[in-house]
Design a protein around this ligand. Sequence first.
Ligand code: AGP
Length: 610
Amino acid sequence: MCGIFGYTGKRKPAGILLEGLKKLEYRGYDSCGIALNTGQRLAVFKTKGPVSKLAGILRDRKIPACCCGIAHTRWATHGTPTRINAHPHLDCWKKLALVHNGIIENFAGIKKKIASEHKIKSSTDTEIIAHLIGGFLRKGLSKKRAILKTAAVLRGSFALGILFSDEPGVIWGVKKESPLMAGLGRGECFLSSDSVAMLSWTKKAVYLKDEEVARINPQGIEVFSFRGKKVFPQPVVIKQEAFSTEKGRFQHFMLKEIFEQPKVSAGILSRYAGRSEVWFGKGFLSRQAANKIRRIFIVACGTAYHAGFSSKYLFERIKGLSVEADVSSEFRYRKVDFNRNDLVIAISQSGETADTLAAVNFAKQQGCRILAVCNVENSALTRAADFVVYTLAGPEIGVASTKAFTAQMFCLYLIYLYIARARGSIVKEQETVFLAKAKKIPLLQNKILTQSLNQVRSIARQFSQYGCFLFLGRGINFPLALEGALKLKEISYIPAEGYAAGEMKHGPIALIDEYRAVVCLLSSDSLFEKMVSNMQEIKARKGKVLAITDRPSAVPKGLADKVIALPKISPEFFPLLASLPLQLFAYFVAKNLGRAIDKPRNLAKSVTVE
Ligand code: AGP
């Protein structure tokens, strides 16, 4: 996902734009650029590499006096990360500069059609949008008409920021499927793809809806539909707190966010389980409606999917309910006879993941109701859902999801409790016992972070020599094994596979030798002994074993090369504790290997393209 930021107002745009870009850089960071409107012309600066490099370029150059600007940080979809492919892109006559987030699916056909009339410099899909608008302007259309005509021929997702050289002080925004909002300040306005970029200056925002065009100047905003009809959106106050772009005492956002988990867990409990029962507020799924549910489909991507998959082991305890967990990109093609008694639980940290949004739209067309578990207010997912549970994790900047994962699981556990109680599947006493255990989690998470940090760092140093990892778990720890493997591979780039431990003997065991490491997750349940058997099979083949367990003394001596002991906890809560050492393990292995932890190669924080 790319980052878009624009500013118009009384202050010097360049500094503001750079500060906004820094807050968006976690979304995409292979290249970046800025366009400034000097009133006579558009001054464009762009580079491959991080925003800090662009700041250096701007420092070394004499920045012309200007009144507004747009900026962009890129996660490449079409065209490798180079200066030429970086945004903003210009039309042939340099009458406009444009930045884009999304993907133009019919760009090849358009490019072929306009190549004879326009000099196309980059290999991006974005540049053809600038040429289309420039071409319509050349034919005498107004800016608004040129934009609307261009939007009509584009297929795919696009959030655009546009400057016109002869319109100082004005920024245009266009929204279709990719997020875009305007920030309304005092005598200044902003354009952004993510509210986190503008919270330092304003919390008053207008979230553009799909197929809307905005014309923004320092006094405010005008909004039109793609049909050209004026619309009057209500500004909202963003509740999210501005987050510091500083990492405080931490070297990386990822480590800072790992350490925020006890506070996030406590926040979730106080918001949704402050009383003696679980409560998600008025307008949430009523107890009567909860009673009518026959099937639950859990859909999400990546880490969010692992959180949802974990919760399946709880939801399936509810009598008269069938539960499935699917990755969003598969769910949307299923041939199931859905109906209104089906509840789709869609999980997404960003609320902008294209695959999950597509799955939700598919489910809505089939008549399902949608419950969103999401971390970002006013995101596309929360606007599409019938019911929303916010994970209250605060902005997650590290691309590898950590606090959002445990927050999603925690919220799903409470949703399970709510639905189980509403259907009489558990009685009040059972709810009280469950909540009493849940309320211990923040303290136990804190204990793990303080007591295990040095041990995990030392184990990671030893294990970072291994060329391939298996993560094994059974039952509710199988999704956790998938998550542990994803965390390691996405920031260390070491091949890592999560597996149901029972499956190891059906193939993966061929991988085991003295150069491979296996992380085994053992909670104190009926599957503990079977996990011990897995460890014996691994040891018999000289594999290295790291055991993470809340029953360390029950692990036979010599069976595990290293053991990370956790506080004893009921098996269903084990993932909320074991996630932390898994995250720390991935972090320190990647750190040992000198990886770009907060911005791993090829990744983006939210994937808004399919
Ligand atoms: C998690 O570490 C990854 N960055 C990725 O798998 C992520 O969880 C996935 O893209 C889903 O994102 P979302 O939660 O914003 O929908």
